[in-house]
Design a protein around this ligand. Sequence first.
Ligand SMILES: CC(C)(COP(=O)(O)OP(=O)(O)OC[C@H]1O[C@@H](n2cnc3c(N)ncnc32)[C@H](O)[C@@H]1OP(=O)(O)O)[C@@H](O)C(=O)NCCC(=O)NCCS
Length: 173
Amino acid sequence: MSESVSGSHAGHELLIRPRRDDDVVPDVSTPWDAWPEEARPGEGPPPEAPSHLQRAVVVLAGTTVGTMSWHVVSYGPTMGSRAWNIGIALAEPYRGTGIGTTAQRTLAEHLLADCHRVEASTDVENLAEQRSLEKAGFVREGILRSAQHRADGRHHDLVVYSLTRGDLTGGAA
Ligand SMILES: CC(C)(COP(=O)(O)OP(=O)(O)OC[C@H]1O[C@@H](n2cnc3c(N)ncnc32)[C@H](O)[C@@H]1OP(=O)(O)O)[C@@H](O)C(=O)NCCC(=O)NCCS
């Protein structure tokens, strides 16, 4: 990400800008990610960072409230078959006030200038993120079974959502 993406939330500027080494990022962790030391998966080397991983911070009215990331997923050999998969985590005090909805919609619209599909996946139990994506205009597509190994030691099903360029233009992609 070379430039910032800006939007507006509740009358304040919402900025999604590249994450810098000296950024002070609030704690955005959740119980989903609280691996006990002895249970942390230790088999083999950690997976490589996904292709074209981009890391950003979400800044609302000058305050860093969370993080976002996105990476390329490819559904075929052509450039046109590439999509962006996005993720977000807000610090606890900033959850539940619509910032996630605004940020995900703002980023998706920005990315759709350059591709045809933006997707996001979340735990089947993460109802807040599912609702937030739906409010942002994403369409629920289906379930990825046993896709994500989480801190409780189980492999969780994920729900996949997407927003396509056609969704923005009423079908004329
Ligand atoms: C998930 C997250 C990004 C959503 O952003 P947000 O700004 O909190 O979401 P919004 O306020 O826009 O919307 C949340 C919606 O979920 C609803 N919701 C929240 N908790 C819920 C629950 N347990 N069950 C059902 N709905 C719930 C809210 O009521 C709201 O819907 P409404 O506006 O219709 O009332 C944010 O909560 C967050 O960072 N959570 C922790 C990290 C995380 O889970 N990231 C996503 C990982 S895939």
